[in-house]
Each structure stands twice: as structure tokens, then as C-alpha cells.
Design a binder for this molecule. Structure first.
Ligand code: PGA
Length: 246
């Protein structure tokens, strides 16, 4: 049985005040029925410790692949661990686009996270043009293959896969539950061909304009194991409503 995973990706939003308000609005001692993980900008991760618990965890939105050294601006996996985080996002489409991150680099980031005992959520997804051309799964499988080829298939279970069609991110357009469910099933099938147990146990979550209104329909899909939420995670009450939709 896969446990739900609900993640809040704040992207480049937030403040110290928001960190405190947000943490206070969740009862740290209550199992919300899912792994709940908050991803604030990295400068706030330290402040978040002590406010998070075994039920509400925190993670970084990205990491550098080097262990340490002369890499100005980069943050190593060990540093993320050091401030008490257990999770990290790799390969978000905004980084793939804005920073030109390749599938190969994202795979290295995934490997760095695993080596540091962090749990990586790798984001995969196609553009609207790629979907319209019938190439959505080809894009997603290429992104995943880069990770499997470098790290092996069984490590997938230590992290999670977030299917985030680019055309649904921050646009208010959501994939229909059927579209998402279908892609999730195809991803699981791709993994199952290599390792059935890993396929069964790996969490595949959906991201792209998830909100309190559509979350329940998404979670009703057998293949959808949770959500990576951007915009609707910036208000504690709407994020809480998404968790409640479980
Ligand atoms: P959105 O972002 O919920 O604002 O669409 C999701 C994401 O980019 O992870």
C-alpha cells in the first residue's frame, strides 16, 4: 500500500513570517494520512526546523551535484541534510527551462540526493506541443530513463516521481484525472517492465494547478499517489484543504 505524499512547492515565494504562520497552522502531532512535505526557498529551511515534525517534513527545491567546493550559489545534498531536511525536488520544469537543466544533469542530482540519504522527487512532464504531437509519453519516459540508467530502477522507491505536464503548471489548466491517471499508469508500466516490486511501491504524484476543488478527483484515481502543489500551497488554508481532500 503506497502512502500518499502531498508536497508544497513554494517556488520563489514566501518570507520568514510565512514560514512561522504556516507551521503554526498544522498540528505537528497529527498524522494527516499522508507524508506532507513543505519546500520553501532554501534560505528558510533552517527556520523551518523545529516547526516541522515526523508528519510534516521539509525539503529543498533543488541541489547541486558537487559534494562541496568552489561552486558559488550551489547547495550540496549534505547541507540540506544538515539543516534537518529529508526531501529534495530535482528536475522541476522551471529549472529545466530557466537553467537549461538536461535529463543527464537531473539524473546526477537524483543520484546525489540518494547518496546523501535524501528522498528526491523528480519532476517529469511534456509541453502542450509535445502532447498534441502524440509524444507525451516519449518525453516522460526519456526523462525517467536517464535516472534509471544512472541510478538503477530500485532506488525510485526511495523518492517519488511527480508527473507535471508543463501546460498545466501555474496556468489554471489541469490535466483531467483520466489524462493524469493514464500517464501515471504508463509510468508505472515502464517501471514494472524492469522491476515489478519497485513499480508497485513507487509513489507517482501529480502536479499542475492542483487546488482544493480538483484535488479530490485526482486522488480518486488509483494511480495518483498525491500531489505536488505550487500556487495553492502558498495559503495554509488552501494547502490544508488539499490534504483534507484525501
Ligand atoms: P502549480 O505548480 O500548482 O502552481 O501549477 C505546480 C508545480 O510547479 O510544482
Amino acid at each position: 500500500m503506497r502512502r500518499y505524499l502531498i508536497a508544497a512547492n513554494w517556488k520563489m515565494h514566501g518570507s520568514l513570517e510565512m514560514v512561522h504562520k504556516f507551521a503554526e497552522s498544522f498540528d505537528q502531532d497529527v498524522d494527516l494520512g499522508a507524508d506532507v512535505v513543505l519546500f520553501p526557498p532554501a534560505v528558510y529551511l533552517n527556520a523551518m526546523q523545529g516547526l516541522t515534525s515526523k508528519f510534516v517534513q521539509s525539503g529543498a527545491q533543488d541541489l547541486g551535484v558537487a559534494l562541496q567546493g568552489a561552486h558559488t550559489g550551489e547547495i550540496a545534498a549534505s547541507m540540506i541534510k544538515d539543516v534537518g531536511c529529508s526531501w529534495v525536488i530535482v528536475g522541476h520544469s522551471e529549472r529545466r527551462n530557466d537553467q537549461g537543466e538536461s535529463d543527464a544533469l537531473v539524473a546526477q542530482k537524483f543520484a546525489s540526493a540518494i547518496a546523501a540519504d535524501l528522498r528526491p522527487i523528480v519532476c517529469v512532464g511534456e509541453t502542450l506541443a509535445q502532447r498534441d504531437a502524440g509524444g507525451a509519453f516519449a518525453v516522460v519516459s526519456k526523462q525517467l530513463r536517464a535516472i534509471i540508467d544512472l541510478c538503477g530502477v530500485s532506488v525510485l522507491v526511495k523518492g517519488a516521481i511527480a508527473y507535471e505536464p508543463l501546460w498545466a503548471i501555474g496556468t489554471g489548466l489541469t490535466a483531467t484525472p483520466e489524462q493524469a491517471g493514464q500517464m501515471h499508469a504508463s509510468i508505472r508500466e515502464l517501471i514494472a517492465v524492469l522491476d515489478k516490486d519497485t513499480a508497485k511501491a513507487t509513489r507517482i504524484i501529480y502536479g499542475g494547478s492542483v487546488n482544493p476543488e480538483n484535488a479530490g478527483l485526482m486522488f480518486a484515481q488509483e494511480e495518483i499517489d498525491g500531489a505536488l502543489v505550487g500556487g495553492a500551497s502558498l495559503q495554509a488554508h488552501s494547502f490544508a484543504a488539499i490534504i483534507a481532500a484525501l
